[in-house]
Design a binder for this molecule. Structure first.
Ligand SMILES: Nc1ncnc2c1ncn2[C@@H]1O[C@H](COP(=O)(O)OP(=O)(O)OP(=O)(O)O)[C@@H](O)[C@H]1O
Length: 511
């Protein structure tokens, strides 16, 4: 068939040449190396006169042949999202950084893509190296894969300036979404022996908590979700206002109200890694800075129970004997007593070191990081540590409300409503119970335990909590009464003493 227009003619020439080159890529391996080299050089020169297309190659391995090229990996991810629907020959592999099966275009396969109405073609090809492979990097050296992008030369500018950037950005974010996330810790067990320094070590982070499963009032939950999503999309905004791209969250509330669960939900929402920083294992401010610099972008740095981690007030660390008065206070508030973390006497991290870690010059490195502190006792923290700007958002996690209970009932029993809910609602207004305790009661104690039995367990727990609260209140009132009586007695004594003294003075004056 004769091509009707010039455009079609170029298309025909182009696709003929492209097909020729594609065929050549397959058959070239059967030619001796020297002949391949010779033929390629002269054919390329000849083709470049007639060929209206531009080609860009992206090789799997860089000059050092050891590390996969980041751009290649991004293109691979971008095309795997694209090619799984359009390519005819796909290969299935386990993702390097994920446990999912990843589909991508097979060797010598081609896929078409479109960008601002411009059609481009990607092909995956292979070359074999003439070099003797090193034993450990055999694969990297023997089979060299590369992607070849072909487009018409009239689109050179748009493709090189915008399309490639778009592919790499998209590919990187697909990789972030698909990667296996990590939970890092610097626990004392991971000291590097020769330097005696703590180091990060990690396991795969697989916590199933999400904001859907988190028991909390819906409006409060929505505010937090929006705040987090807003943060993750605000790179340009932070740059514009000249602030490091990071945000501090302070989660406070009694034990078992979901502080750790919320951190896991945050990480799952944003696809971030978690660095669980054990401050008591950090030797000094220098080591803290080193650990901080080693954290990567898109991560949450967590310091749990910050009040127990260090003496952040600069005062003498409390001795065991000093604890009793503190414990009295705790008992008054009906909170379980938190054991202090491992003795931190060897740690010389100071409050100023920690503040530097949050918002000093070093804190700007890396970007896109959340810093989360948790505490059961917000009132114990130095105001400088938690002022807005450092801890931008303070979130109070509290005892279970009826709204929060409904989330747990849905999660644990798939119940939206039940006649027993009214009693539970009423009791929850009168008694304090943590979401952890509610969850424990809703869990079946044996297979097939009925919903009624589990709700009854919860009602009993609520009644106990109510009785306990009434008992504690009565105790408090009794203590207040005794204190009042004591004060009245002391006052009467004082008055009697004054009276006697007055009488004595009168008598001595008379005599
Ligand atoms: N708000 C909640 N939503 C869903 N589950 C919760 C919630 N709060 C607690 N839980 C359940 O209770 C368990 C303990 O909660 P979590 O460890 O998150 O509490 P915490 O406030 O961090 O406690 P602590 O102060 O002792 O560290 C969790 O594993 C979870 O099953």
């Amino acid at each position: 068939m004769t091509p009707a227009t010039m455009g079609e003619m170029w298309t025909t020439v182009g696709s003929t040449i492209a097909s020729f080159m594609f065929m050549w890529a397959i058959v070239r391996q059967y030619f001796p190396y020297e002949l391949q080299h010779f033929l390629e050089k002269y054919t390329r020169n000849l083709i470049s006169y007639a060929y209206p297309y531009i080609q860009i190659s992206i090789h799997e391995f860089g000059g050092d042949r050891l590390k996969r090229s980041e751009v290649y990996e991004a293109v691979e991810a971008y095309l795997s999202a694209n090619s799984s629907t359009s390519a005819k020959r796909l290969k299935a592999e386990m993702g390097v950084e994920s446990s999912n099966l990843v589909l991508s275009m097979d060797d010598y396969e081609r896929v078409d893509d479109e960008f601002r109405h411009i059609k481009v073609r990607w092909a995956l090809s292979l070359t074999s190296s003439s070099m003797q492979p090193m034993p450990y990097y055999r694969e990297a050296q023997q089979e060299k894969r590369y992607y070849r992008l072909t487009f018409h030369k009239r689109y050179r500018e748009i493709i090189t300036n915008s399309y490639l950037d778009h592919v790499v950005k998209e590919g990187k974010s697909i990789r972030v979404r698909n990667r296996q996330r990590k939970l890092y810790t610097n626990s004392p067990g991971y000291k590097w022996p020769s330097y005696k320094q703590t180091m990060w070590s990690h396991i795969v982070f697989e916590h199933p908590a999400t904001f859907d499963t988190l028991a909390m009032e819906p409006q409060k939950k929505q505010d937090i979700i929006e705040d987090l999503l807003n943060f993750s999309k605000s790179k340009d905004y932070y740059a514009k206002i000249g602030k490091a791209w990071k945000r501090g969250y302070l989660l406070h509330g009694p034990p078992g109200t979901g502080k750790s669960t919320m951190i896991a939900a945050m990480a799952n929402l944003l696809g971030y890694d978690i660095y669980d920083l054990e401050l008591t294992a950090v030797k000094d401010n220098t080591e803290l800075r080193k650990l901080f610099i080693e954290t990567t972008s898109k991560s949450i740095i967590v310091i749990e129970d910050i009040d127990c981690s260090l003496d952040l007030t600069g005062q003498r660390k409390k001795k065991k004997s000093d604890k009793s008065s503190e414990d009295d206070e705790t008992a008054k508030k009906n909170l379980p007593i938190k054991e202090p973390k491992e003795e931190s006497s060897s740690s010389k991290v100071t409050l100023s070191g920690l503040l530097n870690f949050i918002d000093g010059l070093w804190s700007a490195c890396g970007g896109e990081r959340l810093i989360v502190f948790t505490t059961n006792y917000i009132e114990k923290l130095d105001p400088a540590l938690i002022r807005r700007g450092r801890m931008d958002k303070h979130i109070k996690l509290s005892y279970c409300s009826f709204e929060a209970f409904k989330v747990l009932a849905k999660n644990y029993m798939n119940l939206d409503t039940h006649p027993m809910f009214d009693t539970i609602h009423q009791l929850m207004d009168e008694a304090n119970i943590t979401p952890a305790d509610v969850a424990e009661n809703l869990m079946p104690k044996f297979p097939m335990e009925s919903a009624e039995a589990r709700l009854l367990n919860l009602i009993r727990a609520l009644e106990e909590a109510k009785e306990e609260a009434t008992r504690l209140k009565a105790n408090e009132e009794q203590k207040d009464e005794l204190a009042k009586e004591e004060t009245t007695g002391l006052k009467a004594n004082e008055e009697q003493k004054d009276e006697l003294a007055k009488e004595e003075t009168t008598q001595s004056q008379d005599s």
